[in-house]
Write a protein that binds this ligand. Structure first.
Ligand SMILES: [Fe+2]
Length: 287
């Protein structure tokens, strides 16, 4: 079955969010939504999420799932806001517990912060099936960028999150806690083993040398032939050497500290204080 895929590009964070529709009915899923965040003012805004809500309402769709490919470090998730307005269940990879454990410590969260993934409605593992109306999705566990990363293969479309980017940009970084370039290599092999004509939808785009437009859709065949980091059957060691050297040069994403605190809670802010005010932490010299 061929799902209808609508992409929403957020230029502020280079993130692509998707609405995936059952072609035979009204059911849909949202993948990797964005809650806008002005870092200087620590102010949220729902313009990006509202665009998705408008699209879903204009097309009379029924939101069944709000899916995360992983705990993002570069944007906040709008999952709870979307759930309030549209319904649907929030899902992520079962290894979220590892991510919660790591960052629970980094942010000194104490015992109120549950590290069992219970903030989410569903925790997926390799081989799990997700139904979106008549449309069938399968979960691939594709760690490397983070230990909890998933790829959602829905009909002929694979939503790969931060594993592969467009062929001319390459692959995702692997230097966050729990990341591994070797794990990413094997995860990508799993994606490249899908049928050649599988549509691949990436989680971010940053343009690339010689390309002035944003892009987010490619195919398995194109990735195998052209991916600048891993195409043409690049061997494991070549890849990990390149990836680790490149990661050593990268700075932290601008929104990593607010993003992790919110996204590890399924997109919820930390509990407000007695006055109803919400605070995020800035752990010093921890990352
Ligand atoms: Fe990411």
């Amino acid at each position: 079955m061929t799902p209808i895929v609508k992409a929403f590009f957020d230029e502020a964070t280079n993130t692509v969010s998707y609405v995936v529709r059952d072609p035979t009915g009204a059911a849909c899923a949202i993948i990797d939504s964005v809650l806008d965040f002005d870092h200087a003012a620590a102010r949220t805004d729902t313009a990006s999420a509202d665009e998705i809500i408008s699209y879903i309402r204009a097309n009379d769709l029924r939101c069944e799932w709000i899916l995360e490919s992983h705990v993002h470090a570069d944007h906040l998730s709008a999952a709870p806001y979307l759930q309030d307005h549209l319904g649907g269940k929030i899902g992520i990879g079962a290894n979220i517990t590892l991510v919660q454990d790591t960052f629970g410590k980094v942010f000194n969260e104490g015992t109120d912060f549950q590290r069992d993934g219970s903030q989410f409605d569903a925790l997926f593992k390799e081989g799990d099936t997700i139904m979106i109306g008549q449309l069938r999705g399968e979960v691939l566990h594709t760690p490397g960028h983070t230990p909890a990363c998933l790829t959602y293969v829905i009909g002929d479309a694979a939503f790969v999150g931060d594993t592969l980017f467009m062929p001319d940009f390459g692959t995702a970084r692997c230097d966050f806690p729990g990341g591994s370039s070797e794990a990413l290599y094997w995860s990508i092999q799993k994606i490249l083993a899908l049928p050649d004509e599988t549509r691949i939808f990436v989680g971010h785009d940053y343009k690339a040398p010689g390309r002035d437009d944003y892009a987010w859709e490619t195919t398995v065949a194109e990735q195998k032939a052209l991916n600048v980091h891993i195409g043409e059957g690049r061997p494991l060691e070549d890849f990990t050497t390149m990836r680790d050297a490149r990661d050593a040069t990268l700075g932290m994403p601008r929104l990593i500290l607010p993003s992790l605190q919110v996204n590890m809670r399924a997109g919820q802010m930390p509990e407000p204080d007695e006055e109803g005010d919400v605070f995020l932490k800035l752990p010093v010299n921890k990352l």
